[in-house]
Design a protein around this ligand. Structure first.
Ligand code: HSE
Length: 309
């Protein structure tokens, strides 16, 4: 195989209670990438459509992730790769734009090299793209992009990813206000020390959310989707966050929170009809302010990155 075309999905990181450790993969939103073997050694980003992002390999998250993978082969292959990126996920949206590019690049290279690396190793390489994007090699978006479904980053040193089951019939409705919040800025507003009472409630929620996924318990899942630590600080950065949350829950959402570092807001619903009702209710709220927005409805993608040809 000399060429591969892939769909690299958007992801929701944190999922309310699991700051930097929980994430899930989306079906309906994602980038496309075409990666080709080339006679020129190394990595070249030959095309980026849809967003104004750097073509220089060492300034591009896909380029840096791909170079990290090649470094683990000691660059001992006598060909290189060309990467084309067709961006649909806006950078700074909170639904894993940089993760999709970084994860897509290393997934595709691994396929073209006959899979020398495990999924966990690919997550580690893609994390170097995340380091370039936001200053930290955070795995909570790249892990679900590569593994699919829900994932838990059990540890980063050494990197351990746990694949979690998903709930039957789960849909997400996501509103993306068209403002950019850089992950580094959204991390800068967080406290460096946290209250013990809040921490106790938070880790109880992480445990119960994981139990809910294993037991297909929608009620317990809903009851676990509260963030006592991060959301109170970040929600102020997102216009009408509280109104959106109230109206989504009233319209039947199982839960609502900040997707990754924002500004996107995610909700989960038990049925497509509920997801559409939630979409209509939050559309009404956002139609009253002057901020343009997109709303997406998606199922959970249990496969992760998909090969298109
Ligand atoms: N967990 C990260 C954050 C999301 O909330 O800052 C980006 O990976």
């Amino acid at each position: 195989m000399n060429e591969i075309k892939i769909f690299s999905p958007a992801t929701i990181a944190n999922i309310s209670c699991g700051f930097d450790v929980l994430g899930c993969c989306l079906e309906a939103i994602g980038d496309e990438m075409i990666i080709k073997k080339s006679n020129t050694k190394g990595i070249q980003i030959t095309k980026i459509i849809g967003e104004d992002l750097p073509l220089e390999t060492d300034k591009n998250v896909a380029g840096v992730a791909a170079l990290t993978l090649l470094a683990h082969l000691n660059f001992e292959i006598d060909f290189g790769f060309e990467i084309e990126i067709y961006k649909n996920i806006k950078p700074g949206s909170g639904i894993g734009s940089s993760a999709a590019s970084a994860a897509g690049a290393v997934f595709a290279l691994n396929e073209l090299l006959n899979k020398p690396f495990s999924k966990t190793e690919l997550v580690a390489f893609a994390c170097e793209g995340e380091r370039l994007a936001c200053g930290s090699p955070i795995a909570d978006n790249v892990a679900p992009a590569i593994f699919g479904g829900f994932t838990l980053v059990k540890s980063t040193q050494p990197l351990k990813i746990i694949e979690l089951p998903t709930l039957d019939g789960l849909y997400t409705t996501i509103i993306h206000p068209q403002i950019e919040i850089r992950t580094a800025d959204a991390r800068a507003v967080l406290p460096t020390k946290i209250d013990l009472d809040a921490a106790v409630k938070q880790w109880a929620n992480v445990g119960s959310l994981i139990h809910a996924l294993h037991t297909n318990d929608h009620e317990l899942f809903a009851d676990s989707l509260t963030d006592f630590i991060v959301e109170p600080h970040r929600s102020k950065l997102i216009p009408d966050f509280d109104l959106v949350k109230q109206s989504a829950l009233k319209a039947g959402a199982l839960g609502c929170g900040i997707s990754g570092s924002g500004p996107s807001i995610f909700t989960f619903s038990k049925t497509l009809q509920d997801a559409e009702n939630v979409s209509n209710s939050i559309r009404k709220i956002y139609s009253k302010n002057n901020i343009p927005f997109h709303i997406y409805i998606s199922e959970i993608n249990t496969k992760g990155i998909k090969i298109k040809i």
